[in-house]
Design a protein around this ligand. Structure first.
Ligand SMILES: Cc1ncc(C[n+]2csc(CCOP(=O)(O)OP(=O)(O)O)c2C)c(N)n1
Ligand code: SF4
Ligand SMILES: [Mg+2]
Length: 351
C-alpha cells in the first residue's frame, strides 16, 4: 500500500510528490563571506554545554546541542521549546546552559524568539544595547512540524533575525514516544502501534524543509550528527546569516529509546541515513540548492532500517517500498542539482 492506493485498513494516502524541495530562483544575491572550519582539528575545544544533564547515553540531540553551543557566540540567547532538550537540561535549580536561555511552551519557540529579537532591535535603536546578540530557537520535531508550525511560519515571514534549530528525533520522545508529522512511514510509536492490520505510521514524513524553503529565507540546511564538520559549518553559516534574516537548520538526531536502538548505534545510524539516501545533507543559500554530502554509491535502505527496533515488524516487501520511495527522491534531487550527486544502490555481495 502506498500513495494513491487504499490498503486493507481503509487508509488512503494522497498521491503527492514525496519530500518535495522548493528551490526559489530570483534571490541568488551576493552570498556572505563566512570563514568555515576546514577540518575537525580546527573545531573549538572549549565546552559550552555543561555536563550533568539528563539526556540519555548516546542521545543524538545531545551531540547536536554540544556542537551548537561551541559555535554560538557568548552573546547568544537560547529559546527552548518544551521537549527532550529543554526538559533534560534545565531541571530546576540546575542548568546545562552557560548562556541565557528561556523555557517556553511546546508550541511557541519561534514566537518568543521573534519577540526577543524585536526587543533587541528596539533597545539597540535606543542605544541601550550596543553589541550584537544572537537569538537561537531550539525545538524538536513535534514542536516544529506540528504544534509550532504556525509560529515558525510567522517568524520566517516577518523576517526576524533568528536562527531556528530543529532537532529531529522523529517522534514526541519527551512524553513517551508518540508519533509526530516527522515520524517516518511504518515506524512504530506508542500512537502508531503495530498489530495484525496496522503496521506503524501509515503516512510519510512531513516535508518541513520544503515548507521552510517556500519562505525564501537567506539560509537553510539539513544535516545530521555523524557529519560533525558539515553540521558545525551549517550552524556557523546559519548564525551569521541572521544578519540578513531568519535561518533554519534541520538536524536528524537518532534517539535511543524512541528508535529502540542501543546507545552506541546513534552515530552509526546517522551516517547510515545519509549513506542509504534516507537523509540528504544539503543547504539552500540565497536560493541556491547544494548537496553537501555526496554519496557516490548508496547502501540499500535495509541497512538503515533493520538495526532499528521501531521497524522490527517490517517485511521485505515493506522495505522494498521504502527503497522505491528513496530511489524516487534521489532521482529528483539529482535532477534538481543537474548531476548525479547521489549514486545508485550497490547491493553488497553475499559472502
Ligand atoms: C500544548 C501542549 N501540548 C502537549 C504538551 C506536552 N508535551 C510537552 S513536550 C511534548 C512532545 C515534544 O516532542 P518534540 O517536539 O518532538 O520534542 P522531543 O521530546 O522529541 O525532544 C509534548 C506532547 C505541552 N507541553 N503543551
Ligand atoms: S529520549 Fe531520545 S531524544 Fe530524549 S534524551 Fe533520550 S535519546 Fe535523547
Ligand atoms: Mg521529537
Amino acid at each position: 500500500m502506498f500513495r494513491g492506493e487504499e490498503d486493507s485498513t481503509g487508509v488512503n494516502l494522497p498521491r503527492t510528490e514525496s519530500m518535495s524541495i522548493i528551490v526559489i530562483s530570483g534571490q541568488e544575491g551576493k552570498r556572505m563571506e563566512i570563514k568555515l572550519f576546514k577540518s575537525i582539528k580546527e573545531l573549538p575545544r572549549e565546552e559550552k554545554f555543561a555536563p550533568g544533564h539528563a539526556m540519555c547515553a548516546g542521545c543524538g540531540a545531545a551531540i547536536a546541542m554540544r556542537w551548537l553551543n561551541k559555535i554560538a557566540p557568548d552573546d547568544t540567547i537560547f529559546v527552548l521549546a518544551t521537549g527532550c532538550v529543554e526538559v533534560t537540561t534545565t531541571a530546576c535549580p540546575y542548568t546545562a546552559w552557560l548562556r541565557p536561555c528561556i523555557h517556553v511552551a511546546f508550541e511557541n519557540a519561534a514566537a518568543v524568539a521573534s519577540g526577543i529579537e524585536a526587543a533587541i532591535k528596539i533597545l539597540k535603536k535606543k542605544g541601550v544595547i550596543g553589541k550584537d546578540i544572537k537569538v537561537v530557537a531550539i525545538a524538536g520535531d513535534g514542536g516544529t512540524v506540528d504544534i509550532g508550525l504556525q509560529a515558525l511560519s510567522g517568524m520566517l515571514e516577518r523576517r526576524h533575525k533568528v536562527m531556528y534549530v530543529l532537532y529531529d528525533n522523529e517522534a514526541y520522545m519527551n512524553t513517551g514516544i508518540q508519533r509526530s508529522g516527522a515520524t517516518p512511514l511504518y515506524a512504530w510509536t506508542t500512537t502508531t502501534p503495530v498489530g495484525k492490520v496496522i503496521k506503524g505510521k501509515l503516512q510519510e514524513k512531513k516535508d518541513i524543509d520544503g515548507i521552510v524553503a517556500a519562505h525564501r529565507i537567506p539560509y537553510m540546511a539539513t544535516t545530521t550528527i555523524a557529519y560533525i564538520l558539515d553540521m558545525v559549518n551549517k550552524f556557523k553559516k546559519a548564525l551569521e546569516y541572521t544578519e540578513e534574516g531568519p535561518t533554519f537548520v534541520h538536524v536528524l538526531c537518532p534517539c535511543v529509546p524512541g528508535w529502540r536502538i542501543d546507545p552506541h548505534m546513534t552515530v552509526k545510524l546517522s551516517r547510515l541515513a545519509v549513506e542509504t539516501g534516507m537523509w540528504i545533507n544539503y543547504e539552500i543559500e540565497h536560493g541556491v540548492f547544494r548537496v553537501t554530502t555526496r554519496v557516490p554509491k548508496r547502501k540499500p535502505v535495509a541497512e538503515y532500517i533493520k538495526p532499528q527496533g521501531r521497524f522490527r515488524h517490517l517485511t521485505d516487501k515493506d522495505i522494498e517500498l521504502i527503497q522505491k520511495l528513496v530511489d524516487e527522491n534521489v532521482e529528483r534531487i539529482n535532477k534538481l542539482v543537474g548531476e548525479q550527486v547521489i549514486g545508485p544502490v550497490e547491493i553488497p555481495e553475499k559472502k
